[in-house]
Structures are given as structure tokens and as C-alpha cells.
Design a protein around this ligand. Structure first.
Ligand code: CA
Length: 230
């Protein structure tokens, strides 16, 4: 069961319609407390969360959910790009963020990726070392969408993972924002250059947080980004 917690009825209903079309059974909630009351009885398989919500806000709800489950996929929908940074600063463990207005295709693509990952990580861990992408001390696992740097796990969102994978699999090569968009957004979903920049900015903050020595992603003025293999 996929839960949608959103107080704007038009968005809530549009997301529910899109989910039903994809074969999901969405449960919708217009405020945070109703959602939490239901989640206490049984956890959903994935949650789409608005930030500004009556009674219990999305950030609080995310924290509460994380205390119950570290692996439950959570996607935030935010009304402003700046809210991304606020959410990131709190390190509350969301799996991805979409900025309103978002396309339903993009949201459904994210839901699909996260449910696939949850199914893989929830099962028995199978070692498939040949699947791993390595770039220096960085190891990416494309099946589980997980990243380690010198053995330490780096908490990246799905979008951040796809962007880092695109850069790290071609060390030294400059990737333009348009190429990164193709790599990180399936089905030719177009996002703004600023969206790409803000995702890359967050990756560039998260890796040094784990290792202050890390300086592996370079912005190339007027061109794009490249991964520098140390
Ligand atoms: Ca709201």
C-alpha cells in the first residue's frame, strides 16, 4: 500500500489517480495526524509526503516513520526548491525529493525505482560484486542504489545516486547538465538546469561530510560536472 499525505486536495487526488493507473492501491491522508494514526497500526510500503501539513508536519512525520523503519521508502514533495536544503540539513532520511509542480510521470518513475530497491534490499542479500561500479574509494551498487566511500555508507537520495553514478562511471569526463538529466531522469523527463545543480550541490556536500578529504566532483564552468578520481 502506497500512502499519500498531502493537504492540497487536487494534488492528493491527482497522485492517487496516477498511482491507481500504475496498479497501486493508494491510501490518502489530508493531514499528518490522521496519517500517523494509520501508520501506527500498519506501515505502508512507500510514503509520498508533503512538507507543510496540518497537525503533524511532513518533517516530523518522516522522523517518526524513520524510528519505526529505516528502509521504508519516503519521497518528499516540496513547494520550493529552497525547502530541499532545509530537509537535507535535517538529515531525516528521505529517499527522494520532488519540487512542485512535478510531473506525475517523474513521480511514478521514482515510486517504481524505490519499490524495486525496497524489494531487493528486503530480500536475502546476494553478493554480486560484478555489478558494482568502482571509482577510487567510491563504490556504487546500482541494484540497491547504495553508495560507500572508503567503506562508509553515504546516504544519497535516488536522484543523487543516479547523478553520482553517471559521473563516477566516466571519471575525468565532463558531463553536461543535459547528459546528466538523461542519466538521472528516465523517460526523457525534463527538469531545469537549476534542479540538476541543486542535486549535485547536495552530493558535493554529503561526500565531504563523510570524509573531509573528498573533493571528487568538479564543476566545469559553462560545461557541466566531472568526477575526479583520486
Ligand atoms: Ca501542504
Amino acid at each position: 500500500m502506497v500512502a499519500v499525505v498531502e493537504d492540497e486536495e487536487t494534488i492528493r487526488e491527482a497522485v492517487a489517480v496516477a498511482l491507481r493507473k500504475e496498479g497501486h492501491r493508494p491510501e490518502t491522508y489530508g493531514d499528518g495526524l490522521d496519517a500517523w494514526t494509520a501508520f501506527e497500526v500498519s506501515l505502508p510500503t512507500l510514503v509520498i509526503l508533503d512538507i507543510g501539513l496540518p497537525r503533524v508536519d511532513g518533517l516530523d512525520l518522516c522522523r517518526r516513520l524513520r524510528r519505526r523503519s529505516e528502509t521504508l521508502p519516503i519521497i518528499f514533495v516540496t513547494s520550493r526548491e529552497e525547502e530541499f536544503d532545509r530537509v537535507l540539513g535535517l538529515e531525516i532520511g528521505a529517499d527522494d525529493y520532488l519540487c512542485k509542480p512535478f510531473s506525475m510521470r517523474e513521480l511514478m518513475a521514482r515510486v517504481k525505482i524505490l519499490l524495486r530497491r525496497a524489494a531487493l534490499t528486503g530480500g536475502i542479500a546476494i553478493e554480486e560484486p560484478e555489478q558494482l561500479v568502482r571509482a577510487g574509494a567510491l563504490v556504487l551498487d546500482p541494484l540497491r542504489l547504495s553508495v560507500t566511500w572508503k567503506g562508509a555508507r553515504i546516504p544519497l537520495t535516488v536522484t543523487e545516486f543516479l547523478l553520482l553514478q553517471a559521473l563516477a562511471s566516466r571519471p575525468g569526463v565532463v558531463k553536461t547538465r543535459a547528459q546528466l538529466m538523461d542519466d538521472a531522469y528516465p523517460d526523457q523527463i525534463a527538469v531545469s538546469d537549476r534542479t540538476i545543480d541543486s542535486h549535485v550541490k547536495r552530493i558535493r556536500r554529503k561526500l565531504p561530510a563523510a570524509d573531509p578529504e573528498f573533493d571528487g566532483i568538479e564543476a566545469v564552468y559553462g560545461a557541466g560536472y566531472r568526477f575526479l578520481q583520486s
